[in-house]
Design a protein around this ligand. Sequence first.
Ligand code: F0G
Length: 354
Amino acid sequence: SPYWPGLIEAYRDRLPVSAATPVVTLQEGATPLLPAPELSRRTGCDVWLKVEGANPTGSFKDRGMTMAISKAVEEGAQAVICASTGNTSASAAAYAARAGLVCAVLVPQGKIATGKLAQALVHGAKLLQVEGNFDDCLALASKLAIDYPVSLVNSVNQYRIEGQKTASFEIVDVLGDAPDVHCLPVGNAGNITAYWQGYREYRDTSETPGPATRTPAMWGFQAAGAAPIVTGKVVEQPSTIATAIRIGNPASWTKALDARDTSGGRIDAVTDRAILAAYRLLARSEAVFVEPASAASVAGLLQVAEAGGLEPGQRVVCTVTGNGLKDPEWAISGAPAPVTIPVDAAAAAAQLGL
Ligand code: F0G
């Protein structure tokens, strides 16, 4: 049917909801799974992009937030709180507005993209800029949720993971089976945890045979200046231009290691330079405008391919997690300044080289 009711209704029997759950939805999910011809050419593989920037607030967080906010309402919450590098706060603010809940957000001062700040504000969140990094914000939000009547909607909330796992279901539904490899950026490590849970559930489904017969190798990529899972050490001062994944002590660290190891996958670091190169390639060659953090999945795929770590012919899905319009700074700073002309066809033609 052409009507998409949102992911809770679409996958109701695979989610912890009941008839008593008031579904709060912005009709998130059903995002494009787009073939990527240039990435396929470069890698010799069959590469697809799961375009999560097409969700209502422009990131994958909406999958988790429809669940977290619906369950918060079911449980009688009046207010929700989150720490965020920007996308979680944008999503929480929107879904809380839809549900009529108060939403409080804690963000690292000066380290979130302008578009995300705008989203939290326009949806009416109470926003505090914290003099610290994301890890400090999450510690603070967790403490507030223990000491005050406010529900935490970060991905340490299992309902967030339950919602986000549906991206794996959609991929298997479109491809007819799981891919060989799944690449995604890793920050707080909730999403790699969710995808891995989704792929396993779809393989282990009670129907035989299930929608998927196998699971992919999970490949996660952290920014080199914020790569605690790669180095095995908390990063006290994480640093990367990909502010969405500027995280030094991921909440789902152990679960990310489990996803890596039980899937036969990897978690590697990619430099900011490689992230920006992938960001530009995605926009120019695949026509997909993502935010810098999202390009870490593609940067990682290309890095492994160049090192000979990819078997030709494999089917690969890269999740691109957020919309480029949230953080246009890198698009503008990397391009030549626009030329100004008078209202004159000859002047325009001369500038355009026509
Ligand atoms: N990509 C984007 C665009 C993100 O916003 C995030 C996380 C990630 C990737 C990494 O996902 O944390 O599940 O490993 N953003 C969080 C936020 C931290 O607050 O918006 P993860």
